[in-house]
Design a binder for this molecule. Structure first.
Ligand SMILES: Cc1cc2nc3c(=O)[nH]c(=O)nc-3n(C[C@H](O)[C@H](O)[C@H](O)COP(=O)(O)OP(=O)(O)OC[C@H]3O[C@@H](n4cnc5c(N)ncnc54)[C@H](O)[C@@H]3O)c2cc1C
Length: 82
């Protein structure tokens, strides 16, 4: 029997999100499951009265990768913060 998916990813945190994104770009299909009821793993945020609340503790995005920074700036410019 042929599976509908190429990969089963346990955990919907950043790691598997990046893996799934790259796999999809390469024509692979992933099934992502998580024991929590939301995506994002430990970087999950909720919004309370317009304020982003980091559910599992504060996070700051660090990178020295200029391409990643540029992509984030473009994303914010196109879609805004909320
Ligand atoms: C309080 C705190 C502050 C942090 N601050 C920063 C920061 O400022 N900057 C930074 O770069 N990094 C920070 N980090 C680290 C960052 O959160 C992690 O590096 C990143 O989120 C890890 O992503 P991940 O996908 O590997 O794992 P996680 O985000 O932990 O996601 C794993 C997911 O797998 C699920 N899972 C695990 N086992 C199973 C199972 N058996 N079945 C089903 N689901 C399962 C979990 O429910 C979870 O949703 C911080 C971490 C914490 C806890």
């Amino acid at each position: 029997m042929k599976s509908e998916y190429d990969y089963l990813l346990v955990g919907a945190g950043l790691h598997n999100a990046v893996f799934a994104y790259i796999a999809l770009q390469r024509g692979k299909r992933c099934l992502v499951i998580d024991r929590r009821s939301h995506l994002g793993g430990n970087v999950y945020c909720t919004e309370t009265e317009g304020i982003h609340v980091h559910q599992y503790g504060p996070h700051i995005f660090h990178t020295d990768n200029k391409l990643a920074l540029l992509e984030m700036q473009m994303e914010t410019f196109v879609h805004g913060h909320g």
